[in-house]
Design a protein around this ligand. Structure first.
Ligand SMILES: C[S@@+](CC[C@H](N)C(=O)[O-])C[C@H]1O[C@@H](n2cnc3c(N)ncnc32)[C@H](O)[C@@H]1O
Length: 342
């Protein structure tokens, strides 16, 4: 289901139940997308299978299942049909064909382990015993490996975008707060030969980050250090702090405290970049940040969607100067920056 399909009818005379039904059943669109990735349907289409029968043969599935899955994928705009042949929509062809450089299949199924809990959202919404930290606190190395195979699939693109957008020439050492796979540090270290970096994350995640760092050949300059950013101190020899894609996981008080701690730990003249899933200032969207914020209810944590103005406020309250918001990935992530006074 595209968000356009869910647009509110313009006038009351044309009000029907269709939008409400489609939203109620839009988990079917999620399931179709995830299943198509799992069975390799988009890859088969890219390799030339175009009809229901060709897809059924290529994937060894029943033709009826090929047909009903492909009808739904057309309805969601993921496939485009001409005559009886199907083609991938441009974003599908770019990001969901296995073996292509931009492939992000693992990210598409990233949230699948929460599937059943979303079905219990009404119960979670009634919960009153909310925790500072969600399920991530008890992650095993196996959990972290699955999770970060997915974040790495999308994080390296974001990390490269960051390294292109931000002038890191002359900077010495980055701390990446909740750095996960290390994607941002890896991309920055590859771009700048003298730059060093430390990924700060939970112990199980650090084990996995070290594997990505080594696989990218930057282990001589990028390390991973166990650090619970809610409780533990930060290194005091860094002139850049990055915090990416963990904003909705925590409450306003916690995020403000982490940003203050980062400010106080940075070297004079250092800079912080928070790349976050921010809502607009009236908190009416966009869809992605609203989704990630609501998803914290499934964890019974205190996390929620923060607005861009919220984050700017945390930076200013922490003492950062030259605080500004920049577009990073429109509709998904913005980048808020500040500088520690020299
Ligand atoms: C969605 S991932 C983003 C990873 C990385 N920043 C990126 O953009 O690719 C969120 C990360 O925040 C980390 N994280 C969450 N809470 C944390 C905490 N209290 N201390 C350290 N790391 C934490 C998670 O372990 C995870 O690696």
């Amino acid at each position: 289901m595209t968000q356009g399909d869910q647009t509110r009818p313009a006038d009351t005379a044309s009000v029907t139940t269709v939008r409400l039904q489609n939203i109620a059943q839009s988990y079917g669109a999620s399931a179709a997308l995830m299943a198509a990735v799992e069975v390799g349907l988009f890859t088969a289409i890219s390799q030339g299978a175009g009809t229901y029968d060709e897809i059924a043969a290529a994937l060894s599935i029943h033709p009826t299942n090929a047909e009903r899955l492909m009808v739904m994928l057309c309805a969601t705009g993921l496939l485009e049909k001409t005559g009886d042949r199907h083609a991938n929509a441009p974003d599908v062809e770019r990001f969901l064909v296995a073996g292509k450089p931009g492939y992000m299949g693992p990210w598409i199924t990233f949230t699948k382990p929460q599937w059943n809990e979303w079905g219990r959202l009404g119960e979670h919404i009634r919960a009153t015993d909310l925790k500072v930290m969600g399920a991530i606190e008890t992650f095993t190395v196996a959990d972290a490996r699955r999770y970060h195979n997915a974040t790495y699939a999308i994080g390296m693109g974001a990390g490269r975008r960051f390294a292109r957008q931000v002038d890191l020439r002359g900077r010495a050492r980055i701390m990446d707060i909740g750095g996960g796979s290390g994607a941002y540090c890896i991309a920055a270290a590859k771009e700048h030969a003298g730059l060093r970096a430390v990924v700060l994350d939970l112990p199980a995640v650090c084990e996995v980050a070290r594997e990505f760092i080594a696989a990218n050949g930057v282990a001589d300059r990028v390390e991973a250090q166990a650090c619970n950013f809610v409780r533990d101190p930060f290194p005091t020899d860094c002139d850049v702090a990055i915090m990416a894609s963990n904003l909705p996981m925590y409450s306003r008080e916690t995020i403000a405290a982490v940003i203050r701690k980062a400010h106080d730990a940075l070297l004079a003249g250092g800079e912080m970049h928070l790349i976050g899933e921010t809502t607009n200032d009236s908190r009416t969207g966009p869809w992605g940040p609203a989704y990630w914020g609501l998803g914290q209810a499934v964890n019974d944590s205190l996390g929620l969607a923060h607005s861009e103005a919220d984050v700017i406020g945390y930076f200013r309250a922490a003492g950062f100067a030259s605080v500004a918001a920049h577009e990073f990935i429109p509709g998904a992530l913005s980048r808020i920056t500040g500088t520690r006074a020299a």
